[in-house]
Design a protein around this ligand. Structure first.
Ligand code: V47
Length: 401
């Protein structure tokens, strides 16, 4: 029995159940359909066939090192111009201190992104990575969106490839998925003119994958884009992933990011559809997505992009309550403890950067959704801890844990 009620979704359901990929018109039909539960069941089918009942989370700490930005994207309420009230930039020492504190309280990852600061030198970024690497050798540093990487290549007068190699050597572990927004020139010119276009975003992630650096991908939805633009965005991500996966299959394995040595290539780990939060942005007059629109988009992301293994409901943006529901709509990841976040704030969080979920609460949300919570590291390897919360080193973990 096909798990859909809308007859227009039957051919799509058949494709999904037989493991075939959906095309643009299938994506549009999913958006047009009112059979939200049918779409959810299909997404859940894909999710469970990949991950069973496991839902991942991590112990992480987001750090936004500066909100000073050369750009003025209309959807963004985070950026400030230098000297403007509320503008800040953290020193390298402050970032390292925040990372050390996170590591001491059990985090395995720091997620570091900021605005395109017009005056910080390339050395600032290298020193920041080196400082964290030295202070916390085991902490994974996921840092800098593709847009920041292009900015660094301009200020350092280096190619994207050279910048990524330099950052890796200084301690970068992987790239977050931000800055993708919607890969469409009309939407680009209307909402984030001045930001790099899609070709550059893809160049950064393609190059990262070739160098063996894993990355994530995002889609910012619920502002001025149309369903067709979301569907095309998702298909473009699926295409790069396919390219990266076929390269990965054909390269030998070794974990060195070294141009003179052979290394294994990488791919996208996770896709994060980001629900637009209009408050305090230049698009504040827009209503933003509803809960049902959020669920539909998360599920459609799962269905359109079967080759990116993980779909994350980022609780900061989809809200804690809806992210829990999304675990039955194709999502198998909630991000993590976060602790500190300045880019977006929902009602009730305005005026504070402290946005934190405790591990026990994350686990409770997942269990209540009838899933099994598994702590992961950035690269989705399970993290095992003893009863005091200390990490049991992977190689010491017996096979039956
Ligand atoms: O690039 C900015 C988005 C992104 C708003 O890789 C907004 O694991 C909604 O990319 N409403 C940064 N979204 C966040 C991001 C991310 C988050 C969590 C995990 C990962 C990961 C990546 O936030 C920006 C932009 O697309 N954004 N303003 C807003 N008003």
């Amino acid at each position: 029995m096909l798990p859909v009620q809308d007859p227009k979704l039957r051919p799509i359901a058949e494709k999904i159940l037989s493991g075939k990929w959906l095309d643009e018109s299938d994506g549009l039909k999913l958006y047009e359909s009112r059979d939200l539960h049918g779409i959810g069941r299909l997404a859940n089918h894909v999710c469970e066939s990949l991950h069973g009942d496991v839902v991942y989370y991590n112990r992480n700490r987001h750090i936004n090192y500066t909100n000073v930005c050369a750009l003025s994207c209309k959807f963004c309420s985070f950026y400030r111009k230098r000297g403007e009230a509320g503008a800040y930039e953290m020193t390298v020492e402050e970032v390292v201190a925040a990372a050390r504190k996170a590591s001491e309280s059990g985090a395995t990852e720091v997620h570091i992104v900021g605005g395109l600061h017009p005056w910080l030198k390339f050395d600032y970024y290298l020193n920041l990575l080196r400082g964290i690497r030295q202070a916390c050798p085991d902490l994974h540093i996921k840092a800098f969106t593709a847009v920041e990487i292009v900015h660094l290549s301009r200020i350092a007068r280096m190619s994207v490839r050279e910048v990524l190699i330099a950052l890796s050597e200084a301690g970068l572990g992987s790239l977050p998925g931000g800055g993708a927004e919607i890969f469409d020139d009309r939407v680009h010119d209307e909402v984030f003119k001045g930001k790099v276009r899609q070709d550059k975003w893809f160049e950064v992630h393609r190059t990262a994958h070739q160098l063996g650096i894993y990355s994530n991908a995002t889609m910012l939805y619920g502002h001025v884009e149309k369903p067709i633009e979301r569907v095309r965005h998702l298909i473009k991500l699926r295409e790069l992933q396919q390219e990266s996966l076929s390269l990965k299959k054909n390269t030998p394995s070794a974990h060195m990011v070294d141009p003179d040595r052979q290394h294994s290539s990488a791919c996208f780990n996770c896709l994060i559809p980001l629900s637009f939060i209009p408050e305090d942005s230049e698009l504040g007059h827009l209503p933003g997505p509803t809960g049902l629109a959020d669920l539909k988009t998360l599920a459609i992301a799962r269905l359109m992009v079967p080759n990116i293994p993980h779909i994350k409901a980022f609780w900061i943006m989809q809200s804690i309550h809806l992210s829990q529901v999304a675990l039955s709509w194709g999502c198998n990841d909630l991000d993590g403890t976060v602790v500190w976040y300045d880019i977006t704030k929902r009602e009730g969080q305005r005026g504070t950067t402290h946005q934190e979920l405790h591990v026990q609460d994350i686990q409770r949300l997942i269990r209540e959704a009838r899933r099994k919570p598994v702590e992961r590291d950035t690269l989705y390897r399970p993290v095992y801890r003893d009863t005091n919360g200390q990490i049991i080193r992977q190689e010491l973990v017996p096979a039956n844990v």
